[in-house]
Write a protein that binds this ligand. Structure first.
Ligand SMILES: Cc1cc2nc3c(=O)[nH]c(=O)nc-3n(C[C@H](O)[C@H](O)[C@H](O)COP(=O)(O)OP(=O)(O)OC[C@H]3O[C@@H](n4cnc5c(N)ncnc54)[C@H](O)[C@@H]3O)c2cc1C
Length: 457
């Protein structure tokens, strides 16, 4: 019997694609009229606009494997070298983020006292065993107050748009916790990890994964379109799953499609919709499990694209800039989209992609579109000196955009896994649980599908 996958974002599509390519019967039910969830690319007035994510890091074997199986490997486009530099807005202007330890010593990203404190990281201690610390507490112990406020908060803003005092370090940056556990000091751990990596590689060899910031020719929507085409009839758009019941050792889904309500029986169900939707489906089955899943918060985010004529606005250097929330500005940051991926604009155009809102300023995402455009323009002028009138403006709003892995998230996930064990044939995947990035969604989706295949029909 079939595996029903609820939600046709990248997570659900990857699960279904893997199941189908391993000879299993799967169907994706997607409420919207298009696939991809947060991921979609739209062509407009000579610009390729991403509605949500812009890129992924080419360091995840699962993503490479997927791209290769879909014949997309030669359509991967890596960021232009001009995008190498990154900026943080601090102490009244944009400052370049140093790319190496020697560069850090010479840089002005932190005041001298705060730089010394970062070097003092070599002597920092470990957290008490078993404590799920906030990212801010972890950062202050290792790097000091200023570096946590300026650097760590900026980095998390670029991924989670969250609140550094509330996010769990173990759930958001597990690699930092691992470094601390194994080496105590992050700096010592990073040096040793780099040495070990070099030793592991045979001389002269280069790793297959470039590690580069990447997208696909045509934008990230190319991945969604290719997955959708490969799935063919196994995808039903405009199909909203409204209910879930256990029947005869399998599952029955209530599906609303083109105004009609129908039932679909499945041997297994993969819930790949956002956590707040999954909560509603679980509620009649298991109140405790539903409450755990429903407790996952989301930060709203608005994407404001501003497109310019290069004659009025020269192409900016670098990937873009991040603004630590304590700077009190109204922008989370901006991506220099046309510098990163020049193919995303026609010649003579410049594209800034501004991010607004997040956990600290959710109110801003509720502004109407003209107000969001005005806000982005004012901030871009104040922070980056961009004064020209844009020839293109486009806003995409995500009222519940990015799941927030707050302190307690890992414990919550352990309880969710335990709760799921009460319901054979019911599975969860998606960005709300074990990684928000595209690479995480792809890796987790493939792993889940492989486990289902391994468990047999
Ligand atoms: C503005 C923004 C920028 C980002 N930037 C990056 C980036 O640069 N790099 C990166 O790696 N990641 C980025 N991310 C994160 C990444 O895009 C997401 O985590 C990922 O796309 C989530 O995929 P998903 O399939 O888990 O969830 P979703 O994309 O949310 O998909 C869930 C799907 O379920 C469907 N659904 C909901 N209810 C039902 C129902 N009842 N029945 C059927 N279907 C239903 C929805 O319509 C949706 O299509 C960004 C996210 C946002 C919002």
């Amino acid at each position: 019997m079939t595996v029903a996958v609820v939600g046709g974002g990248i997570s659900g599509l990857v699960v279904a694609w893997r199941l189908c390519s391993r000879g299993r019967d799967a169907v994706v039910l997607e409420t919207s009229s298009r696939l991809g969830g947060a991921v979609s690319t739209r062509a407009q007035q000579g610009f390729l606009l991403e509605t949500g994510p812009n890129s992924f890091l080419d360091r995840e074997p699962a993503t490479r494997e997927l791209a290769s199986a879909l014949n997309l490997e030669d359509r991967i486009r890596v960021a232009d070298p001009a995008a190498k530099r990154r900026y943080v807005y601090t102490r009244g202007r944009l400052r370049s983020v140093p790319a190496s330890p020697p560069a850090f010593l010479g840089s002005d990203i932190l005041p001298p006292g705060a730089k010394l404190r970062v070097i003092g990281e070599l002597f920092s201690g470990r957290a008490a065993a078993g404590v799920d610390e906030s990212l801010a507490d972890f950062g202050r112990r290792h790097l000091g107050r200023t570096a946590t406020r300026v650097l760590l908060d900026a980095v998390q803003t670029g991924i989670f748009a969250g609140d550094v005092e509330r996010l769990s370090v173990g759930a958001t940056f597990p690699q930092l916790v691992k470094l601390e556990r194994e080496h105590r000091s992050l700096i010592l751990g990073a040096i040793q990890a780099r040495r070990a990596q070099r030793k592991a590689l045979p001389p002269g060899s280069t790793p297959k994964l470039s590690g580069a910031l990447s997208t696909f020719e045509g934008g990230l929507g190319t991945l969604i379109d290719t997955l959708g085409a490969s799935l063919g009839d196994a995808v039903r758009v405009g199909a909203t799953v409204e209910g879930l019941t256990r029947v005869d050792g399998g599952w029955r889904l209530a599906v609303s499609e083109q105004g009609r309500r129908a039932e679909l029986d499945a041997s297994q169900v993969v819930l790949a919709a956002p956590a707040y939707v999954t909560k509603g489906l679980l509620q009649p089955l298991d109140v405790e499990l539903a409450a755990r899943v429903g407790g996952i918060e989301y930060a709203p985010i608005a994407v404001v694209h501003l497109g310019f004529d290069a004659a009025t606005t020269p192409a900016p250097d670098g990937f873009g800039f991040l603004v630590p929330p304590t700077e009190g500005r109204r922008l989370l940051g901006a991506i220099h989209a046309s510098t990163v991926f020049p193919f995303r604009v026609e010649a003579g155009r410049v594209l800034y992609t501004c991010m607004v809102g997040g956990a600290k300023r959710p109110d801003l995402v509720g502004l109407d579109e003209p107000a969001l455009v005005a806000l982005a323009r004012e901030e871009l002028e104040a922070l980056a000196g961009v004064t020209a009138k844009p020839s293109l403006t486009q806003v995409y709003r995500w009222p519940r955009g990015i799941p927030q892995y707050t302190v307690g998230h890992l414990e919550r996930m352990a309880a969710v896994d335990q709760g799921l064990a009460r319901w054979p044939g019911l599975h969860l995947t998606g960005n709300a649980y074990k990684g928000v990035g595209l690479n995480d969604c792809i890796r987790n989706g493939l792993q889940l599908a492989d486990a289902l295949v391994a468990a047999g029909p």
